[in-house]
Design a protein around this ligand. Structure first.
Ligand code: PEP
Ligand code: MG
Length: 576
């Protein structure tokens, strides 16, 4: 029996390969007291190490393959900026002079102080910036100690796929590793929000994080299996286990190939009802994946990613150019641009105060209404983009129609400004609301009367309806899309849309989960938006479905106190 270690799967897939253990536990940093006449040369040694680190990072940046998302270069730019920052370039010099200590030790003192400051921050996204500090300091310390860089470790393994096991992997190192026959990564540290996890998903590299002491359990060159579909790493697999996983890998490839054949087929149910399948995107680079699966357009563009990993927010023109570029790449397909959803589990803007309960705090449209200087340039950029192609504007986290009225007033202000400046926009730009707060779901009719479309954000709708923090792994098991409270809210929103004769979409993760496709179709949902990777599986199911026959089972399920059991029995809910 193989030994199984478990962790959090942050990028799905199965990998089989030889292990490569990157030895990067704590670096052995000692403190030396220097004689006064050595201080200047120690400062020079430190400055030289900083320069070498800069050269290394610039080299990495130049090696990034062409197709790689811009976000990846941004990680490296962040590290380059950090090297220039006074906190890492000047403060250690002052420490060397003050304590008369060696450069490695001065860097350690400064890192400890910075890490402490980051740890005190409430916001989980900002806490991930602590990892960036550690990665940058580590790089400089390794140069000072003349240690091997992690990314150099695979030089000799070019022809063999490797599963990398490490305490942590810096995003910049992952970029280099990815071009060198990397099968998967497993780390002790990290979470689904860490930069490395985001990157692994963009690059399609299976990844498991949060596996304690993993680098101590595994030897170099040992064959291991990573099952990042169920979050386990199998050590010492026997022949039968290897055979089983190789078969699963082949089956997954076959399924993918078969699914791609559906790309150009109509998205119609068996009884002829059309269903629109859109994709969610975070970056305009995601359009490549959207086209590969034949999505009908973008149902959710999470624009806040444009604002991350940078010192200053993008101005109106940069936003306009980005939306225009995205529209051009979409070549006539519709683009639903969601206005900024910063806050909670995403980066807060500089100056915003940390709050006791970020998910219930100043996030999304609340933040935008409080900071019109942040919101207006985005509204203007979206309006301007609407002159260039089919755009829809989507507002997140609305709780009341009064908030909606405030957004409409700002939109009018933006339109008036553009008219004065003779800048074109679409006067009929469709405006929609994310329905993701229970109060908005209960009053969906009020929103439907005032808007052109609604989009159900089940990720937050569940978080708030079930009082379950979506990023707290200790209550993850309480997340249940089939809770009767959640189902009634979803059904109510779909009905409110139908009554007002406006389209209702769903863009939360539930829309891409094939277990719920039949149920949502039965409820009357005709527009789904999901990660591109899920789209063809959902399409396949829709094409097999007789929607009209699902009405009776739906009525039974909605009346049941246990919709899960009832739905499985009636064939409305797919197996897990
Ligand atoms: C949602 O809440 O369901 C949603 C789609 O938005 P996000 O996940 O970006 O909060
Ligand atoms: Mg949301």
């Amino acid at each position: 029996m193989p030994i199984a270690l478990s962790g959090i799967a942050v990028s799905k897939g199965i990998a089989i390969g030889k292990a490569r253990v990157l030895q990067h536990g704590q670096l052995d940093i000692a403190e030396y007291v220097l004689p006064p006449h050595h201080i200047d040369s120690e400062v020079a040694r430190f400055n030289q190490a900083l320069e070498t680190a800069r050269v290394q990072l610039r080299t990495i940046r130049n090696q990034i393959p062409k197709q790689t998302p811009q976000e990846i270069a941004a990680f490296i730019d962040t590290h380059l900026l950090m090297l220039q920052d006074e906190a890492l370039s000047r403060a250690p010099v002052a420490l060397i002079r003050h304590h008369r200590c060696n450069a490695e030790w001065a860097l350690k003192l400064q890192q400890d102080a910075l890490v402490q400051a980051f740890d005190a921050m409430e916001d989980p996204y900002l806490r991930t910036r602590r990892d960036d500090v550690e990665h940058v300091v580590r790089r400089v310390q390794q140069i000072l100690l003349r240690e091997e860089q992690q990314s150099g470790a695979l030089e000799s393994d070019r022809d063999e796929p490797r599963i990398i096991l490490a305490v942590d992997i810096a995003p910049s190192d992952l970029v280099l590793l990815s071009s060198r026959h990397l099968a998967a990564i497993v780390t002790e540290r990290g979470g689904p929000l860490s930069h490395t996890a985001i990157l692994a998903r963009s690059l399609g590299i299976p990844a498991l994080v949060g596996v304690p002491h993993v680098h101590q359990y595994v030897r170099n060159d040992e064959v291991v299996i990573l099952d990042a579909n169920n979050g386990s790493l199998l050590l010492e697999p026997d022949a039968a286990t290897l055979k089983h996983y190789r078969a699963r890998q082949r089956a997954a490839q076959r399924t993918r190939r078969e699914l791609y054949k559906l790309k150009d087929d109509a998205s119609l149910s068996r009884d002829g009802i059309p269903v629109t399948l859109h994709a969610n995107i975070e970056l305009s680079e995601d359009i490549t994946a959207l086209k590969r699966v034949g999505a009908a357009g973008v149902g959710l563009y999470r624009t806040e990613f444009l604002f991350m990993n940078r010192e200053f927010p993008p101005d109106e023109n940069e936003q306009y150019q980005t939306y225009r570029h995205t529209l051009r790449r979409l070549n006539g397909l519709p683009l639903t641009i969601r206005t900024l959803d910063l806050g909670a589990d995403k980066e807060i803007v500089a100056g915003a105060t940390a709050c006791t309960n970020p998910a219930l705090g100043l996030r999304a449209v609340r933040l935008c209404l409080k900071e019109p200087q942040l919101f207006l340039p985005q509204l203007r950029a979206i309006l301007r983009a609407s002159a260039k192609g089919p755009v829809r504007l989507l507002i997140p986290m609305l709780t009341s129609v009064q908030e909606l009225a405030q957004v409409m007033a700002l939109l009018e202000q933006a339109r008036a400004g553009l008219r004065r400046e003779k800048k074109p926009f679409d006067p009929a730009l469709p405006i929609g609301a994310m329905i993701e707060v229970p109060a908005a779901a209960i009053c969906a009719d009020l929103f439907a009367q005032r808007l052109d479309f609604l989009s159900i954000g089940t990720n937050d709708l569940m978080q708030y309806t079930l009082a379950t923090d979506r990023i707290d792994e200790s209550v993850n098991h309480l997340f249940d899309p089939l809770n009767p409270g959640v189902l009634r809210l979803i059904q109510g929103v779909i009905k409110a849309g139908a009554k007002a004769n406006i389209p209702v979409s769903m863009c939360g993760e539930m829309a891409g989960d094939t277990r719920y496709t039949r149920l949502l179709l039965a409820m009357g949902l005709r527009e789904f938006s999901m990660p591109a990777a899920s789209l063809l599986e959902v399409k396949q199911l829709i094409r097999q479905c007789d929607i009209t026959k699902l009405q009776r089972p739906l009525a039974k399920l909605m009346a049941s106190p246990n919709p899960t059991a009832c739905g499985i029995e009636l064939g409305l809910i797919g197996a897990g």
